[in-house]
Write a protein that binds this ligand. Structure first.
Ligand SMILES: NC(=O)c1ccc[n+]([C@@H]2O[C@H](COP(=O)([O-])OP(=O)(O)OC[C@H]3O[C@@H](n4cnc5c(N)ncnc54)[C@H](OP(=O)(O)O)[C@@H]3O)[C@@H](O)[C@H]2O)c1
Length: 327
């Protein structure tokens, strides 16, 4: 009995020491990013998650600019925000693949406090069925386009003085945390954002700029509805295990995460488990989350192995059935 009590005491001392050590070492420190009366610039802000983020930011008192290609969709977005909040937003028509056009829009919009790089395209297909143009399109819009937006906004964001902490947030995807069948190009474009974000955070932390990576699950946006009609059956089966969410809920969680200055923002428990399993060298500002990562890293790896095993079983079963039908 005495031995058990001593062991328990050592365990408690270990946990408390670990918490203290983590509280001392986690970097970069979490900061609050104010939204009210600040300039929030959202790419892909005319539809889906971007539009819902624009609605929320306006409702919370921010001055909002949105950028996308279609002027019709931008006008419609402006009208819907005006109708809901009685506040106007600035709209900019540009393709993120065109650096000069993006730079012009960013310059015209004025100094940015919170940059949300949200534009994205997804065409779910097995790689052997995908054209080179489709692969290039996704990499160009999702990854190179994100570089274009950040590189256009960064000089003025770094030069801002006395405006408080700033944020550069990138909308990734759960397909940017785990490779998913049918998403070779899309996953690659979103995994790329992880490297961009980690390195960028080190480069801009001394300018009080905080990088956030957002990982939404399937979300009921116009883009998702379109993509769902054409995505491979297996992609739908595998993605179904994570469930889908409403655009408004996702936008709220994302904006709250940005305001809390978190590096990683996930939208539900599966995304959270994935974030722990794939934490690697990601910065972590919260010692509580760092504690969970340290304590349960092995366990989440086990969960991820179980999930992978289910996915491969589904693929094996599906291909056996297909082969059976063909022969
Ligand atoms: N919906 C989901 O299930 C889901 C899940 C995880 C992650 N995500 C990510 O969340 C982000 C938003 O997705 P969503 O579902 O809200 O998409 P969406 O409804 O299709 O909206 C996409 C937005 O991006 C703009 N856009 C697309 N290509 C562009 C380009 N080349 N230059 C400038 N703007 C461009 C679109 O406007 P124009 O077409 O007029 O340019 C639109 O405003 C994307 O990064 C996506 O990868 C979505």
């Amino acid at each position: 009995m005495a031995a058990i009590s001593t062991l328990f005491l050592f365990f408690i001392i270990f946990l408390v020491s670990l918490l203290i050590i983590l509280a001392l070492i986690v970097r970069p420190r979490s900061v609050k990013i104010p939204i009210k009366s600040r300039h929030v610039f959202i790419t892909g802000g005319s539809s889906g998650i971007g539009l819902a983020l624009a609605h929320r930011a306006v409702a919370e008192g921010a001055r909002v600019s949105i950028l996308a290609r279609s002027t019709e969709k931008l006008d419609e977005a402006r009208r819907s925000i005006q109708l809901a909040t009685c506040v106007g937003v600035a709209t900019f028509s540009a393709d993120v693949r065109d650096f000069d056009a993006v730079s012009k829009a960013v310059d015209e919009s004025g100094p940015i406090d919170v940059l949300i790089v949200n534009q994205g395209v997804f065409i779910g297909k097995e790689l052997e069925k995908q054209s080179h143009e489709e692969v290039k399109f996704m990499i160009d819009v999702n990854l190179v386009g994100s570089f274009n937006v950040i590189m256009a906004a960064l000089p003025a964001m770094k030069a801002r003085e006395g405006r408080g902490p700033a944020s550069i947030s990138l909308v990734s995807s759960q397909a940017g945390q785990a490779g998913i069948y049918g998403y070779t190009a899309y996953s690659a474009s979103k995994f790329g954002l992880q490297g961009l974000a980690q390195a960028l955070q080190q480069e801009v932390i001394s300018d009080d700029i905080h990088v956030t990576l957002l990982f939404p699950p399937d979300t009921d946006t116009p883009g998702y509805e379109e993509e769902q009609k054409k995505r491979p059956e297996l992609t739908s089966i595998i993605a179904a295990s994570s469930g889908s969410m409403k655009t408004k809920e996702v936008a709220k969680i994302c904006l709250d995460g940005i305001k809390a200055g978190k590096f990683t923002v996930t939208c539900h428990y599966i995304g959270f488990l994935l974030s722990i399993a794939s934490a690697g060298m990601s910065p972590q500002g919260s010692f509580w989350v760092a504690f969970i990562e340290v304590m349960f890293g092995g366990l989440t790896r086990l969960v991820s192995l179980v999930v992978q095993s289910q996915w491969y079983k589904t693929i094996e079963k599906w291909s056996t059935t297909k082969k059976g039908i063909r022969s």
